[in-house]
Ligand binder design. Sequence first.
Ligand code: ADP
Ligand code: MG
Length: 269
Amino acid sequence: MSNTEESSLDSKKELDDYNMIEFSDCSLYYHQENTKLLVYDKFNLSINKGESVVLIGPSGCGKSTLLYLLAGLLKPSAGQVIVQGQKIDKPRQSTGFILQDYGLFPWLNVVDNIGLGLKIRGIHKKDRESVINKILEEMGLTSFARHYPGQLSGGQRQRVALARVLTLKPDLLLMDEPLSSLDALTRERLQNLLLEIQQREQLTTVLVTHDIEEAIFLGSRIIVLAGELPTRIIADLSNPMVGTENFRTTDNFFKLGVKVRGLLEGGRI
Ligand code: ADP
Ligand code: MG
């Protein structure tokens, strides 16, 4: 085999194994009144399989838009978004999306909210039950199985939302400020839970936050975005210590926090 053949095989293997997400010269504008707002202009970003990417940046800098593009809820005006080798122009089944406001149906109890996605996929009731029972236990929701969303705290609602997405076994999990309306302690508990799931499943995740500590606690890679449009990456930091014991209390954690804060302030948050 010639060298060129070998290297092209190598790069194909790399693509299959690692390159989960590719924004390739991706542009997107919104129509606003009589003008066009250019949010992304030939934007490029690659994300590997199993990475836990956190996007942090001031409000209005295009974070949610990036998730909508990845989820296939918005189409790029030019360029493309590729997930697992597929061009994304509509939602794909194995992408899970969790929003800030939980997205639960108030008229369904916890079990039915969690099981809805499985039901839509035509999974039989018996099989649904065993999946749901397992996840209820994992999320500490077993005793709330028959409660309705209105009877749950914010943290419990977000756990239901997470359970619903996880039952569908996504290979990509997108989260848009999922914990931002929770109190500090609940938030920390859910951060621990998210980290545990991410690490155990080696799930590729893209999480948007404007909380610096959350970014550092959850991101194996932290992408800092500038405050102005079109969206620009001002730093792409790797965080190899993520998930290590007592990470929150280490010097490393603190130092990275100072660095991210400095970058955000430099970008006029
Ligand atoms: P972030 O999530 O970082 O706060 P967004 O991605 O929501 O930012 O928004 C980026 C920019 O696009 C903002 O200036 C916002 O006002 C604008 N924008 C968002 N959604 C729309 C829309 N549907 N129509 C017009 N402009 C929008
Ligand atoms: Mg947003």
